[in-house]
Design a binder for this molecule. Structure first.
Ligand code: WQD
Length: 343
């Protein structure tokens, strides 16, 4: 197994959990992060959970000269996992240039720095948002790509196309794009988890913040969809299962004989859960009666999307282990712990 993997955005939500899982297979993660969407104490927590050395370089992943100097300063780097990106759908509509610049420039900078250091493997963080509202469910990797509903989604589509063009140009990098469905939950230890800035856009952090009393009540965005209980359906995957898929992707790339290949995988549970089911499951696992109301649909929401994960299961030899209840239990545990710290 390789000695080091460079993890851009490694102090972030999925990045931090991935660094912990990488350490379990003897890898030393090299975190590059500007802490625009994380806190420095998270790196101490990663170290507490890890069995190998965790390296940290603070800086801007859109700066290719900076990345070239960092990539060149480590030996035995077998690959890059590129998480560093802005990911708030609503914010991306309000500040599109910030999203295009950060998400696309950082991917270009990573590719240039890989070239200068001859690093052969890249795992790219993509999103199911590229599928829009699929006609056929579950979604496979060959399901049609729909025009994204947000600048955030468009940056993911542009980066995927850019990676494919880069490979077609004959560059000998092996690339895996991972399309995440809905990452939720936190590390079972309660030491790391999601740190949403401001009012959370996403369902699960809004639920846990409502349950802890930080938010008055949850609004369910739409109860009139064409689903069994009228609420939207998503594929909610535990962040540790997602992290383990990145380790599987790195091992997959490290074992490849070919050079210059491009691979695409959906990462979800393969199960769809409605907003109502998430609420009901949360109330069961937490014992908290959640204050919520049914409101209007949220513009841009798709009605129903969940993954066919058979390709990742067979080719990456990876399978989800956590249930929706496990994810919500860990999310609630984390919410209680971060609020205890603040008290
Ligand atoms: C889930 C469901 C909402 C909040 C987005 C991105 C995706 C990924 C995950 C980055 C929807 C409903 C939500 C609330 C609600 N991000 N909801 N009340 O929109 O499926 O996916 O985040 O990679 O790329 O598109 O996730 O958690 O925002 O919403 O009813 O207060 O919960 O309408 O049906 P989404 P979400």
């Amino acid at each position: 197994m390789p000695n080091k993997i460079i993890v851009t955005g490694g102090a972030g939500y999925i990045g931090s959990h991935t660094c912990v899982e990488l350490s379990k297979i003897g890898v030393e993660p090299v975190i590059i992060d500007n802490f625009s969407n994380s806190e420095t104490y998270i790196v101490d927590r990663i170290r507490e959970l890890s069995q190998t050395e965790i390296h940290l370089v603070q800086g801007d992943c859109t700066d290719s000269e900076f990345l070239k100097s960092v990539f060149g300063s480590y030996s035995d780097v077998a690959g890059i996992i590129h998480f560093a990106a802005f990911k708030a759908v609503g914010e991306s509509s309000a500040f599109p240039l910030k999203y295009y610049q950060n998400n696309i420039d950082s991917t270009i900078a990573v590719l240039k720095a890989m070239e200068s250091s001859n690093i052969p493997n890249l795992v790219f963080s993509s999103s199911c948002t590229v599928y829009g509202q699929p006609e056929v469910l579950p979604v496979t990797e060959s399901s049609p790509i729909q025009p994204a509903e947000s600048p955030y989604g468009r940056t993911k589509q542009i980066c995927e196309d850019m990676l494919k063009d880069y490979r077609r140009a004959g560059n000998a990098v092996n690339i895996v794009s991972l399309r995440y469905f809905n990452p939720i939950g936190a590390h079972p230890s309660g030491l790391i988890g999601e740190l949403p800035l401001g009012v959370p856009n996403n369902l699960v952090p809004f639920i846990t913040q409502t349950a802890i009393g930080k938010r008055k009540q949850l609004t369910v965005f739409g109860k009139d969809y064409n689903t069994p209980d009228g609420t939207c359906i998503r594929d909610y995957i535990h962040v540790v299962d997602l992290a383990r898929a990145h380790v599987a992707a790195i091992e997959f790339l490290s074992n490849l004989q070919e050079k210059g290949s491009y691979h695409l995988f959906n990462l979800g549970t393969g199960e769809g859960s409605s907003v109502q089911e998430v609420i009901d499951t949360f109330e069961k696992v937490s014992g908290v009666k959640l204050p919520y109301t049914y409101g209007e649909r949220r513009p841009g929401d798709v009605e129903k999307v969940y993954a066919d994960v058979s390709k990742a299961e067979t080719e990456l030899n990876w399978k989800c282990e956590y249930s929706l209840a496990d994810s919500l239990r860990d999310a609630w545990n984390w919410e209680k712990l971060i609020n205890e710290q603040k008290a």
